[in-house]
Structure formats: structure tokens, C-alpha cells
Design a protein around this ligand. Structure first.
Ligand SMILES: [Zn+2]
Length: 458
């Protein structure tokens, strides 16, 4: 409750900031990022091209009039739109561990700053947040009260008392108690579903997350009659419905019901060209979500890219000293072949693949870092680096309704990921981060890094 109140008082002071910002922003100097390779986010690239930003937005690409501007020489570097993670769970993971006790405005901001550190502009937190807290944080972001990634959130829906995996369910219910508000909305029948969606629309909630999964027989699975009622009612209010589904067999009927996206791919043998065509025809996206299974078996704590944002003690807990984590992880070849076929089917059919990680859903699946590793998996499975980057930029922005994100084009936000090496040569070059801008402001990465890697004295 203290944290919630802190945000409300932050809101009052941010109103004052808004007036200051508006008067200052009119004279903000033009900044020209000169001579970089620009990966635009739509699948195209421009070599040695200038990009001008002002007042937090991109004002021109190429043909820049640099008179009176601040010039930043970016020759040899690559600029792309900052990435977007379309499936995460913010608030539960902290430097000290994972669970409901960490859920606070301060920890949400920490998580969003980790995303910004790793070059992410926005994060969709999938059905595990109290709406009043998330909405207060969104107001903070809009007012410039914190510098980090933007948070999007959804109301969670499942049969009463069901939804996330059983470990996560316990923690989400604890956060509900902590904030005396609802995160998970139990749907008993179609009439309840209609009334609940209408109420959420009235509460200015824009996204719904459905769990359609019996969790190996331990939970009740949401019925088609109920998810139809959700999708139909959501359509009346222009809300988007994203689904955690148990398997590929559930997807065809969910698409027919009118959902907008799937947060787990369930790629593999049951996921072929007919389903890919149905997805493309209905403009429904898929988050493949492949790293969640794989990275838990890897000694990611040994990775210098992750060590940038953790203490050595915390990194060791995810490293090769842990018996279940392998330093020399080799993916299963036959499983990779099946996943590759599903991805190829989607690309051939023109279905939209969107980057998402499920970061924060389980302990030790870190924010931001996992997004870069997910891109690496896409390329291993046959996507081109450009296709992977489109999944993490314009595709994600479009399906999340982020009209000012995902492209380098005039009028878009100056949310920029600037790299020292070309990710089109090797997708792992997304990890060679030179600097990050969010809303035209530099993320102080070295300062964040020193805070996060410092061992606190007891
Ligand atoms: Zn999830």
C-alpha cells in the first residue's frame, strides 16, 4: 500500500514536471545521429544515413538539415528501433529472488530499467498485475517520472481460482491481497465473461490475457463458450485478447472465436501450414516463446552479457555450478527441425511472428537479456536476422497498438538501440550495445550497471 501511495504522490509532482517539460521542450535542440547503418524495422536497411531527433521523436531520416544541431558521429554503428518484448511478467523478479513480496512500484521500475538497459522500449506484462498499479505506472511513464521501458499490461482471465502455473498462481493471489485489488478474473460462464469484459473496458483496461490450459490436469480449462464470449465482447470495446493456450490443437478454434494473438507458439509437429495460413488470414500473431524451455537448462550466469546486470553472487546461481544448467548446451536436433518447420510455415504463409520471452514468469529468466537470446534462437531455427529483428520491432509494435514504436520513421518515438556491430551479419551482435535512447533521452547504462553489480554490504 505504501508503494501505491508513493506513486500517487509521484503523480502530483509529475503534473508540475509536465508544465516544466512542455515549456522546455519547445526549444529542445535538434540532434543528428550521423552516418550510421539504419535498420528501419520494416525489413529494410539504409547504409550511412543520418537520423535527426528532437523532443523525443524522430524528425527525419536521410536528407537532414544539420544547421545548428548537435552532431553525434555514428559512422560504423548500427541503429534500430528499440526492441519490444510482447510477453513478460513484471514485478515478481528482483535482485534478491522471485515472488509476490517483491511486487512494488519500485521493483516494476527496476524491471523496466533493466529492459531499457538491454535496448527495449516496451514490455507487455501478461495478466499478472493489479490494474490500478500498472495504470499509475503508465501515467508516470507518460509524465517522464522514470526513464525506462513502457509497461503494457492485461487483465488475466481463467476459470475461478485458475490461470497461471500453480507456483505463479499462489504469488499472483498474494499480490491481489497485498493491493486489495484484482489481477485474475474468474469466469464461471459466458454471462460472467461478458459482464467482466465490459467492466474492465469501463476501467480503461485495453488488453485481456486468457489462460486456456488445464496445467496437466491440475486446473480447469477455460471452455470455448466462455472464450467466445470474451472475444466477442472485447471486440465491441476494441480490446485485444491474447492467449496462453495449451497446445496447437486449441489454436484453430481460438482464432475462429476472434482472439488477436498467442503468447506461446506451441510450434512443432502439430503446427503446420494450414494453421499458419489461418493465422495469416485472421491477422493473428504468434510469440514462439522458445527460450523459456531452453535457457533454463543453460549456464546463462556464465554469460558476460547477463553478468553486466547482476552481482557475481546472483550470476553464480544461474551458472555452471548449478547441476541442472549446462555450460555446453546443445539443442536437440530433431526438436529443432520440427520448430524450424513451423517457423518456416508461418513465414511462408505471411503470419506475424512477434518477439516475447515470458521473462519474470519463473525465477531466473531475466528481463531484457532473454529477448536477445530469443532472437538468437529464431536465427538458429532458420529465420534471417532481419526477420528476427522485424519480429522484435514493427511486428510487436503493431500488434500491441504502439503506433509510435517499432520503426525508424519521422513521427515515431526516438526509442533507439545503437549497436557497435551489424546484427544482419550475426544476430548476436544485438548484444554489442553502444547506447540506448528512450524518448530521445540516453539511458545511463554504466550507472545502472554499477548499481546492479554492486554487492550490498549487510
Ligand atoms: Zn506468461
Amino acid at each position: 500500500m505504501n508503494n501505491y501511495r508513493a506513486t500517487l504522490s509521484g503523480l502530483v509532482s509529475s503534473l508540475l514536471c509536465l508544465f516544466l517539460f512542455q515549456s522546455a521542450s519547445a526549444q529542445e535542440q535538434l540532434t543528428v545521429l550521423q552516418g550510421a547503418r539504419l535498420i528501419l524495422g520494416d525489413g529494410s536497411v539504409l547504409e550511412q544515413t543520418d537520423l535527426a531527433i528532437q523532443n523525443g521523436a524522430i524528425v527525419s531520416v536521410g536528407n537532414v538539415n544539420a544547421a545548428g544541431a548537435e552532431i553525434i558521429d555514428l559512422r560504423g554503428k548500427t541503429v534500430l528501433p528499440a526492441l519490444i518484448d510482447a510477453h513478460a511478467h513484471l514485478g515478481y523478479e528482483a535482485a534478491t529472488g522471485w515472488g509476490a513480496e517483491n511486487y512494488s512500484v519500485e521493483n516494476l521500475i527496476d524491471n523496466l530499467q533493466r529492459y531499457a538497459y538491454y535496448g527495449f522500449a516496451a514490455v507487455f506484462s501478461a495478466g499478472s498485475d493489479p490494474a490500478p498499479v500498472a495504470q499509475a505506472l503508465q501515467a508516470d511513464f507518460d509524465n517522464g517520472d522514470y526513464l525506462g521501458a513502457r509497461m503494457l499490461f492485461a487483465a488475466g482471465m481463467a476459470p475461478p481460482g485458475q490461470g497461471p502455473n500453480n507456483q505463479f498462481l499462489t504469488e499472483a493471489l498474494a499480490v491481489e491481497n497485498q493491493y486489495d485489488t484484482q489481477i485474475l478474473y474468474g469466469l464461471e460462464d459466458a454471462a460472467t465473461a461478458q459482464a467482466t469484459v465490459a467492466q474492465l473496458a469501463n476501467d480503461d483496461v485495453h488488453f485481456l490475457k486468457l489462460w486456456v490450459d488445464d496445467r496437466g490436469g491440475t486446473q480447469r480449462k477455460l471452455t470455448p463458450a466462455i472464450y467466445r464470449a470474451v472475444a466477442t465482447t472485447a471486440d465491441q470495446y476494441d480490446m485485444r485478447v491474447f492467449v496462453h493456450q495449451q497446445n496447437a490443437d486449441d489454436m484453430a478454434d481460438l482464432i475462429n472465436a476472434g482472439v488477436h494473438g498467442f503468447l506461446h507458439g506451441r510450434l512443432g509437429d502439430d503446427f503446420g501450414l494450414p494453421l499458419a495460413r489461418q493465422l495469416a488470414d485472421a491477422n493473428v500473431f504468434v510469440v514462439p516463446n522458445l527460450g523459456l524451455a531452453e535457457l533454463r537448462r543453460q549456464a546463462i550466469g556464465d554469460d558476460a552479457f547477463l553478468q553486466q546486470t547482476m552481482t557475481s553472487v546472483a550470476a553464480a546461481q544461474l551458472g555452471s555450478e548449478v547441476a541442472t544448467r549446462q555450460a555446453d548446451f546443445t539443442p536437440d536436433a530433431s526438436q529443432d527441425a520440427a520448430l524450424s518447420q513451423s517457423l518456416a510455415a508461418m513465414l511462408n504463409a505471411g503470419a506475424d511472428i512477434v518477439l516475447g520471452t515470458d521473462a519474470g514468469a519463473v525465477p531466473g529468466h531475466p528481463f531484457g537479456y532473454t529477448g536477445h537470446r530469443e532472437l538468437e534462437i529464431y536465427v538458429r531455427l532458420g529465420m534471417t536476422p532481419m526477420q528476427a529483428l522485424v519480429a522484435g520491432t514493427s511486428n510487436a509494435a503493431r500488434h500491441l497498438g504502439l503506433d509510435e514504436n517499432g520503426l525508424l520513421a519521422p513521427g515515431y518515438r526516438a526509442d533507439l538501440l545503437i549497436l557497435d556491430a551489424n546484427p544482419l551479419d550475426d544476430i548476436r551482435n544485438t548484444q554489442q550495445i553502444d547506447r540506448v535512447y528512450i524518448g530521445g533521452k540516453i539511458i545511463e547504462r554504466s550507472q545502472l550497471r554499477s548499481e546492479w553489480t554492486r554487492i550490498q554490504a549487510q
